[in-house]
Each structure stands twice: as structure tokens, then as C-alpha cells.
Unconditional design. Structure first.
Length: 255
């Protein structure tokens, strides 16, 4: 008796209807099995097309030919007011460190717009006029003091605090410019968080700080002692208070 050949792997054997008839299998049962297999084939998930694969992988659509990439918004070359504040620090150091008169330092040729030159002069004159008060306030906030060898850091703090307390400058502009100036110097960059914290704290406590000011602090110790001995406390206090106010007109006589 010849044997029926084996089906290849992965393919189901076809039913032998003769054997099923001899075995007495009902034809309705065969039809039911055939229909159920058809249902299984119908419910088999279809392979995703290329569109669905793109959706799954989130592949961006191709750019049309000739399309230009969006232009990036250019960054500003310099922060507004930063050149004037940098120049103000240079003027203060010219007076306090190099012992040059302020007018002589201002007359030096510098590539700066007229408005920035005027702002630099106004900013520089204020910490020079209120130097004693500014140093006292900073000493109270800096328990460990300022590090040695960084005179520019002290100058930046003085000029920024002068703007916060005595000039009609937004606090955020004075603080932000000071932090930028500190960050721009590699030797001082590590003190940027300290600069920000100290100046923001003083700006927050501005009213209390202003109430604690004493014009006598702005007089050099040698002249304060001489005036107190000569004119007394009341008159010396009035002189110091008058000197603390910026004069409405500044006249300079040149030869």
C-alpha cells in the first residue's frame, strides 16, 4: 500500500476526504472546520505599510528641493548699557588705584557713544562721592571680605551698589550688568554667584539700607576728625550731607 507523501515543513496537510468518508465524518463538520480556518486567516493582522512605519518611527517628511533653512535670530553683540558700566569701572580705578583726577581720566579717548560716555561719568562719580558708605555696607554683607588681588571685583560691587541705592537705574539692570562684568573676567568668574546674591539682597533691603546711611561715613577719616574738631558735630554733618548730593552743574576750569 502506497503511503501518502509527507507535507513540507510549515505547511499543513490537506484533508483526505476519502479517509474521512470511510471514517464516517459528517460533511457539515468538515465545512465548519474550513470556515473557522478562514476566519482565522481573515483576522490575521496586516503588515504595516510604509506610511504607518513612518508614523511609528516619526520620520520627518522630506524637505522640498530649493527650500531654505530658517534663519537663526542673531544674538546681540553686547548687553545694553554694559560698555558704559565697564567704562565707569575703569574711571573709578583710575582715581582710586592710579590716583588720576576724574576729569583727566574722562578726557581719555575711548570708542564710546556719547550717551554711554555720559552714563559712565554719572555712574563713576557716585561711588567716588559715597565711597565710605558703600564700603561699610559691603563689609556688613561680606563676612569674609573680598579676596585679595581682585580690585576690579570690589570696583564692580561699588559701582553696582551705587546705582541701586543712589541712581535712577532699574535694580535688575545694575545687578545683571555687574554679574556679566564679573563673568567676563576668567579670574573673577567664580564670584559671579556671590555678586548676584549680595546685590540682589541689598536691592531687596534698599529702604532699610538707605535709612542707615550716615554722610559722615563718606568723609575721609583725616578730614572728618579735623572738621569735627573745628566745626563741631552739627556743622560737620551738614557739610557732609551737602557733599553727598550731586551738584546740578559741574564746572571745570582748564588752562
Amino acid at each position: 500500500m502506497n503511503k501518502r507523501p509527507e507535507p513540507p515543513p510549515g505547511r499543513a496537510a490537506r484533508p483526505n476526504r476519502r479517509a474521512e468518508d470511510k471514517a464516517g465524518i459528517n460533511p457539515d463538520v468538515r465545512r465548519h472546520d474550513r470556515d473557522s480556518k478562514g476566519d482565522q486567516r481573515a483576522t490575521k493582522p496586516a503588515a504595516p505599510d510604509s506610511g504607518s512605519r513612518d508614523a511609528l518611527t516619526k520620520t520627518p517628511p522630506p524637505k522640498p528641493k530649493g527650500a531654505k533653512a530658517p534663519k537663526k535670530k542673531p544674538k546681540p553683540a553686547s548687553h545694553a548699557g554694559l560698555p558704559a558700566r565697564r567704562r565707569a569701572c575703569e574711571l573709578v580705578e583710575a582715581v582710586l588705584i592710579r590716583r588720576r583726577p576724574l576729569d583727566e581720566a574722562i578726557d581719555a579717548r575711548v570708542e564710546l557713544a556719547a550717551a554711554d560716555r555720559a552714563l559712565a561719568r554719572k555712574i563713576a562719580g557716585t561711588p567716588l562721592r559715597r565711597l565710605g558708605s558703600l564700603d561699610r555696607i559691603l563689609a556688613e554683607r561680606l563676612a569674609k571680605g573680598l579676596p585679595d588681588g581682585l580690585p576690579r571685583l570690589a570696583t564692580i560691587l561699588r559701582t553696582a551698589l551705587a546705582q541701586v541705592l543712589f541712581l535712577e537705574v532699574p535694580d535688575y539692570a545694575a545687578v545683571d550688568s555687574a554679574v556679566r562684568l564679573v563673568e567676563a573676567d576668567r579670574r573673577m568668574a567664580g564670584f559671579a554667584p556671590l555678586t548676584n546674591a549680595v546685590l540682589r539682597g541689598l536691592a531687596r533691603d534698599k529702604d532699610a539700607v538707605l535709612a542707615s546711611l550716615d554722610p559722615l561715613d563718606d568723609l575721609p577719616s583725616w578730614i572728618r576728625q579735623r572738621w569735627l574738631a573745628t566745626y563741631g558735630d552739627e556743622t560737620t554733618g551738614k557739610i557732609a550731607q551737602a557733599l553727598a548730593v550731586e551738584p546740578p552743574l559741574d564746572l571745570t576750569v582748564k588752562a
